[in-house]
Structures are given as C-alpha cells and as structure tokens.
Write a protein that binds this ligand. Structure first.
Ligand code: TRP
Ligand code: SF4
Length: 407
C-alpha cells in the first residue's frame, strides 16, 4: 500500500453491519487493518447509522450483525490493545458534526458523488430518495474528521467519499478557521512547547515563511506531531501558524487504497453476499469442503479425460490466493494434460481454506461464549473514541462560534 503516513499517525475505518463476514472481508479489508494496527493509531468502528441509510425498513439485519461483526474482527486478530474498536451510534458526537457539516455541504457536491446515483440504481427495490441517504458521505466525513484521521483505508468505491471529506474539511477551515486572537493563542501555544522546542519551531517557521524552505515546513510539522503536551487545538493552531495561515481545525485525510485484493468467490465473480458465492469466516469444515467440491470448473472439462485451462477456471483463481508455486505448477500441467481430475485439484485448496478458517471459527466460538469480554472491549473503545470526539467538537463549536457557555 502506498501512502504518506508516518508511524503512529491516526487511521480510521468503518464497516457497515449488513450480514455475516466472509473471506472477501478477511482478504480485502481485515488483513489490512491487522497490519495497520501494528504501526498506527487505529480506530475501527461498526457503521450502524450508515447501514440504516439503506436498511431503515429492515433493521433486523443491523442488530443481528453488529456483535457478530465485532466477534469476527477479534477472531481474525484485530487487537483491542492496539486499536480502538467502537460502534458509531454510541458516539453521538458523530451526529453533531454531521449536522454542522451539512450546513456547509453544497447540494451539488453530494449529488455528484458517484456512489449516490449508482446505489439508487442498484438498490431499486428500496426507496433511497431520502435526506439521510444523500447525506451518507457527509456522515462518513464526520466519522473521519472527528478523529482527525490522517489515513482512511478504503476500497476503490469509497475514494470519492474521502475526497469529499477533504473538500468539506477545507471548506470548513476556510469559513471558520479564522478565530479572533489567533496570533496570541498561537504564541502562547509556542510557550507551552518548552524553551528549546519553541525556539526550534520559531526557527523552522521563519525559514519556511521567509525562504519557502519546504524541508523546514516538514520538519516543523513533524515537530508538532511529537508534542505530547499540546492540546489538539493548539497543535492545529501551530500547524496553521507555521504555514502562515489561520488555524486548521479539521485535518484533511488521505485515502489508503487497499491494493485491489479482489477475493474471488466460488463462481469466479468477486466474493460478495449478493452473489451468494461466499465462504463465511465461521464456515464449518464440512461446508467448506462441500462448497469447494461443487465449484464450477473450466466448462471445457466435461469428462475426466478432457484437458482444461486453469485460466478459465474459478478454482484456479483460488489457487492463486492459497497455493504456492509448486502447487500451481502441478495444477497447470495436470489440468492441461488431463493428468489430474478436478476433485484432486480442489483437494489442496479445501485443506488451505479449512486451515485458514478453522482457527478464526474457533476463536469466534470462544468469544461467543464470553460476551462480557466482547461488550467490555466495545465499551472501552466507545469511551476512548468519545474522549477524542469531544475534544474535536469543542474546537468545532468554538470555531463556528457556538461555544456560548465558555464565553
Ligand atoms: N461507507 C463505508 C463502506 O461502505 C463505511 C464507512 C462509514 C467508513 N464511515 C466510514 C469507511 C469512515 C471509512 C471511514 O464501506
Ligand atoms: Fe479447474 Fe483444476 Fe479442474 Fe483445471 S483441474 S478445470 S484448474 S478445477
């Protein structure tokens, strides 16, 4: 994955609870999360409000899926000691930011988001001519901006939402970022950095502003990142002050495009619930065997002694994911010469998939038996998330001028 994130930068992503997780989620999303949690400050959440924008008439699936999903995350190795796991609707601050962003979200921007018309087309049986559905990417922007996330791991289809988030952040900062007394506040924040660091900050700022030295800018930004005793607000001020602008209240995030880990399903199409071609993360061994045994193969191999072409076979797509070079070579030559039968070809695959799913299924069973632990993980995560979200909202309210109580 290519990106400009530094170690420890905040990363945020969400998943809608719309059904059981399957190997497509594991290979396409979760393995990536599990990597990221090692090196970044990760926030992962269940986007139940987002699910509601399309499933408001059929909410059963949401409530059924929320906890299953958390269990599956944990079973796969998402680690609550490394990442903050929470449920969107339990951090109601997202709704407030969504509302405030909606004030400045131009209708034209929202109508032009490609997923908007696509989804209305695709989900014709549902009435998506709602205010909430139009606002789907505004809610997503709120999710991201409320944590000041720098990186957002998403698939291709979601990149336009991260772009909209950047545009909304920029618009917000432009409209509301010029607080009264900005310079004084920035100067007093420098004071909080301590003598040495404060001096270094001033020096870097001077080098950037007088000579346009971009290295000094980068160094200055890194210096701010490393300031443990600055509030988020002060850091935002000093980031703006460094560049010579006003305070940037909201941080523009970057999409971390999950490299097209397109997990093939049982029929050669992308693995997806709507195609009914999935293997779930809790699939029993016998079902895995049954599903792979009955997979379609190269249609030219009608009889055992007809030669086949792995390039035309969905089974081989799975070998590409699960098998090493020598197995793939064995498949290629055995298939093309009709030296092996299709069931023989499927055997190592059945074993690899079983070996991958079995420990996940087993941990999921253990977690199912220990619901208290799962609830505790989410409670702790929600609390931590709320703490960050509240800090941002204080800044946001004060930037807009809605902080009557504090004046
Ligand atoms: N819209 C995302 C999806 O369908 C889910 C989501 C909601 C999300 N909020 C988010 C993803 C914030 C990343 C960041 O996959
Ligand atoms: Fe597909 Fe394997 Fe059969 Fe060839 S031998 S058609 S690759 S299942």
């Amino acid at each position: 994955m290519n990106h400009n994130l530094a170690h420890g930068d905040r990363v945020l992503s969400g998943m809608r609870p719309t059904g059981r997780l399957h190997l497509g989620h594991y290979h396409g999303v979760l393995r990536n999360w599990i990597d990221l949690q090692e090196s970044h400050d990760c926030f992962f959440f269940v986007a139940d409000w987002h699910a509601l924008t399309t499933a408001y008439e059929d909410r059963g699936v949401i409530s059924r899926s929320v906890w299953d999903m958390v269990v599956d995350w944990l079973a796969c190795g998402v680690n609550p000691n490394l990442a903050t796991l929470f449920i969107q609707s339990r951090v109601t601050e997202h709704a407030e930011l969504h509302l405030l962003l909606s004030m400045i979200a131009p209708l034209g921007w929202l109508e032009r988001v490609p997923t908007y018309k696509d989804q209305i087309e695709q989900l014709r049986e549902r009435d998506l001519a709602t205010y909430g559905f139009l606002g789907y990417p505004v809610l997503q922007s709120a999710d991201i901006l409320i944590y000041g996330a720098s990186g957002v791991p998403v698939g291709e289809d979601q990149v336009s939402h991260v772009e909209l988030t950047r545009e909304l952040a920029r618009r917000f900062n432009h409209l509301f970022g010029r607080e009264p007394g900005f310079e004084e506040k920035a100067e007093s924040a420098i004071g909080k950095m301590g003598k040495k660091q404060g001096k270094l900050y001033r020096e870097l700022r001077r080098r950037f502003q007088e000579a346009g030295d971009s290295e000094a800018l980068e160094e200055g930004q890194a210096l701010l990142e490393a300031q443990q005793n600055l509030t988020m607000a002060d850091r935002a001020r000093l980031a703006g002050y460094l560049e010579g602008g006003g305070r940037s209240v909201l941080t523009e995030p970057e999409a971390l495009l999950t490299r097209a880990a397109r997990m093939p399903g049982l029929d050669g199409r992308k693995m997806s619930k709507s195609y009914g071609n999935t293997i779930s993360l809790r699939e029993p061994d016998a079902e895995i065997e049954q599903k792979i045994r009955t997979m379609p193969t190269d249609p030219a191999r009608v009889r055992r002694d007809d030669p086949g072409d792995p390039e035309k076979c969905p089974v081989f797509d799975l070998h590409r994911i699960y098998s090493d070079e020598s197995t793939k070579t064995w498949v290629r030559s055995g298939c093309q010469s009709a030296g092996i039968g299709c069931l023989e070809c499927k055997r190592p695959l059945i074993e690899s998939v079983q070996a991958e799913v079995a420990p996940i299924r087993q941990r999921a069973e253990e977690l199912e038996a220990d619901q208290d632990h799962v609830r505790q993980v989410i409670q702790d995560g929600c609390e931590r998330a709320r703490g960050v979200a509240r800090e941002t909202m204080d800044e946001v309210r004060s930037a807009i001028g809605l902080d009557y109580r504090q004046r």
